[in-house]
Design a protein around this ligand. Structure first.
Ligand SMILES: [Zn+2]
Length: 323
């Protein structure tokens, strides 16, 4: 076997091993909302760098119903109780409010995303480079007001209104409680992959939110402590953060290279490799709860089937050629 091919195979195996070796914790540090009593005071004190994104403090339990980083175990003080078969963690805090409630920027910054994002309905992300944070505001109202990406905002600027229950990520058939889903993440929007759940997921995730750089919003806002140079980047492994993109890229790159090398003799077995890679990647990513893993699994099975077809067919063609 020539060395480039060997490197391709060894490299692929290394990628898969790295993806498979990612450890997921059984328990996360659980947290309860902090300092919500002081929300109004914090919002009105313009000398502070951060504020809560709503006008009234979210202390009333009919107004507050989300939490951060706790497992899927329902606690007695939760107004709405979610039931999930798996251990999932919420990487944001939810504040229940009527549709049309104004939402304010938690700090000075620049809008880095503004658009529809699945279950979030209309979503806004704001980069705050001065603290190396970005903030996330979900379930907004696209019918009322839409700010554009690149808009600079100041702390306390109106950025959106909460959406109606059929436009905030819900529909007429399945209306969603009107509420603000508010998250804070260390780093900037561009530090995360450009597509997929990895970037936006702040609802129900399998990893501890803290491990992915999600910070407890009420804790950040009430502490008002910005470390020198801003909040540190999360200690997430390179492959944990970029693995999906790398796997996709490798899959198609290897598929292309494969097509070239497999036209030569003695390398027909390589036809089977891309399919296996895609299937393993699909299983790994399914374990991580990423929806695109289903697609990857289907692609893998198709590629493998094509590989098997050619693997079986080739020798016959070859006999013909030699006769
Ligand atoms: Zn939420």
């Amino acid at each position: 076997m020539s060395s480039p091919r060997l490197y391709i195979i060894l490299g692929t195996l290394a990628l898969l091993l790295a993806a498979c070796s990612t450890q997921y914790p059984e328990t996360c540090p659980s947290s309860t909302p902090v300092g919500l009593m002081d929300a109004d005071e914090i919002a009105s004190d313009a000398s502070l760098p951060f504020r809560f994104p709503l006008e009234q403090s979210p202390i009333d339990e009919t107004l507050y119903y989300g939490w951060f980083g706790v497992s899927n175990q329902c606690t007695p003080d939760i107004v709405d109780c979610y039931e999930y078969p798996e251990r999932l963690f919420q990487a944001a805090e939810d504040y229940k409010r009527p549709a049309g409630t104004p939402v304010y920027a938690m700090a000075d910054g620049t809008i880095s995303f503004s658009g529809p994002a699945g279950g979030y309905g209309w979503l806004i992300l704001i980069d705050h480079p001065q603290a190396n944070l970005y903030s996330l505001y979900g379930h907004l109202s696209p019918s009322r007001w839409r700010l554009k990406v690149g808009t600079d905002v100041e702390r306390g600027d109106l950025i959106a209104y909460l959406g109606d229950s059929d436009e905030n990520g819900g529909s007429k058939e399945q209306p969603l409680d009107t509420h603000l889903h508010f998250g804070i993440r260390s780093g900037q929007t561009a530090d995360y992959p450009a597509k997929g759940e990895w970037r936006y997921m702040a609802g129900w995730i399998k990893l501890c939110p803290q491990d992915l750089g999600w910070l407890q919003p009420s804790l950040v806002i009430t502490s008002q402590k910005i470390p020198d140079g801003g909040y540190p980047q999360p200690k997430v492994g390179f492959f944990t953060r970029w693995g999906l993109d790398i796997l996709f890229a490798s899959l198609f790159m290897i598929g292309g290279l494969q097509f070239i090398v497999s036209n030569r003799k003695k390398t027909r077995f390589l036809l089977l490799i891309p399919g296996f890679i895609a299937i393993v990647a699909g299983i790994v990513l399914q374990n991580r709860g990423l929806v695109r893993s289903n697609l990857l699994l289907v692609i893998g099975i198709l590629i493998l089937a094509i590989g098997i077809y050619y693997y079986i067919r080739r020798p016959i063609t070859k006999l013909h050629d030699q006769s």
